[in-house]
Write a protein of this length. Structure first.
Length: 434
């Protein structure tokens, strides 16, 4: 048994015993009450799932196992010569609640490299898809095609014990995370670079190798990928892609099927596709204003015009957060260090100055602050990754770290099939009358 699996097994067994005892003693205690508006409102804010890997506070933002993003940037292992954390370290932290050593992170990086080969039939599936197929559709199809490699599905068909579900899920998780950068890079080079594919560099880490296979040699871009894939990895369990992965996984579908479901959810405009919408909005604004260096007054005029037309300002607002997204701030700090002379980045900063006061003046917006999507696209454009329809794939590769480590916990703790109770409108009418 490998070193990370052994740690997970020991921790999971202890927590399983703890949570069973908690349920035995306190299972009948009331945690929350659901309002009728929440029944209609997509279960917004209803406390109804356990998600060990991260927690989202409306004011403080995301914490991974209790650690804020600035804290992670200090304590997680880094590649020599870089100041950004390695995503391998965050995965280790989310899975076993420990800050890994450099040796442990190097082991994990090497382990993923061993597991990274893509099946030939997955390449055939991607090659068979028309080039105009959206990159997220291609990612989902590729992940589903790799389900034939699932350790969990194979062992379940043979008659696996429930107590071993976590073990097989761990193997699927490690294999899938290892393969995702190669799949995602293949999609990118196929769509935008005439199938001119780049072989992996085995000397690089998981994120750095992903940047290399995309075709970017700049060490700054590799550093950006390490930051990007770390801060997008998880956002507690209630967001659509995390919840979808959990829901599909609760049926005992494999990690491949569960993650594909989560990616189909991430592809929606109200979730992960928002990063595509933000940079598209900025490009349209620049084109209409006729300058790539608009003034704050020009931007304010365009923003008001957009709102008057009944449209939203993409990249602003969040279902939970009531302060600027710490993930936005982390990207801004990176850009301030390396990209302060970039016109496209300066447009993002001017939007940050202009948009919140305008949204506040409307009197109806609970959160006028930027979210993670408000900044990421501009940095990617600066480094040359301008194909914004691809951005959500980057998001998806990162999100695998969080949702799949959480899936391992769901299997280890024996969580049941998720099955909320629905009601009809007639039921609501009778409830209101009573």
């Amino acid at each position: 048994m490998d070193i990370l699996k052994e740690k997970f097994k020991n921790k999971a067994l202890n927590i399983f015993k703890e949570y069973r005892q908690i349920l035995k003693e306190f299972g009948d205690k009331k945690v929350d009450e659901v309002k009728l508006a929440q029944v209609f409102g997509g279960m917004r804010g209803v406390k109804s799932m356990i998600w060990e890997t991260s927690h989202l506070d409306p004011i403080e933002g995301i914490r991974f196992r209790g650690h804020s993003i600035p804290e992670l940037q200090k304590v997680l292992p880094k590649r020599e010569g870089d100041d950004q954390p390695l995503p391998e370290g965050l995965f280790w932290l989310m899975l076993v609640d420990e800050i890994p050593s450099h040796e442990e992170v190097n082991w994990l990086s090497d382990e993923w490299e061993k597991r990274a080969n893509i099946p030939d039939h997955t390449i055939a599936v991607l090659d068979a898809l028309p080039d105009h197929t959206h990159p997220m559709s291609q990612l989902s199809a590729a992940v589903v095609s790799m389900e034939s490699e699932s350790v969990f599905s194979g062992r379940y068909a043979e008659g696996m014990s429930k107590t071993d579900y976590w073990d097989a899920t761990y193997e699927d998780t490690m294999n899938l995370i290892a393969k995702l950068p190669r799949v995602a890079a293949y999609i990118y080079r196929k769509m935008y670079h005439d199938n001119d594919h780049i072989s992996p560099d085995h000397s690089l880490d998981w994120a750095g190798n992903f940047a290399h296979m995309l075709g970017f040699r700049d060490d700054q871009f590799k550093s950006l990928m390490r930051l990007y894939l770390t801060i997008h990895a998880d956002h507690e369990g209630g967001n659509a892609s995390a919840h979808t992965t959990h829901l599909v996984g609760s049926t005992l579908s494999s990690a491949y099927m569960s993650f594909a479901g989560g990616m189909n959810s991430l592809a929606g405009p109200l979730h992960g596709l928002a990063n595509q919408e933000v940079i598209k909005f900025i490009f349209e604004m620049i084109e209409e204003l006729g300058t790539d260096d608009p003034s704050s007054e020009q931007i304010a005029q365009f923003v008001r015009k957009t709102l008057d037309e009944g449209k939203v300002i993409p990249g602003y607002g969040h279902a939970v957060l009531r302060q600027p997204d710490p993930r936005f701030t982390a990207q801004r700090i990176f850009a301030e260090k390396y990209l302060k002379d970039s016109n496209i980045v300066n447009v993002v900063w001017k939007l940050f100055e202009v948009v919140p006061p305008i949204l506040k003046s409307l009197g109806k917006v609970k959160n006028p602050w930027p979210n993670v999507d408000a900044h990421s696209g501009a940095i990617l454009v600066h480094y040359g990754l301008k194909e914004y329809s691809y951005y959500t794939v980057l998001f998806g590769v990162s999100r695998a770290l969080g949702v799949l480590s959480a899936l391992c916990w769901s299997r280890a703790l024996g969580f049941p099939l998720e099955r909320p109770k629905s009601v009809t409108l007639q039921w609501v009418r009778e409830f209101v009358k009573s």
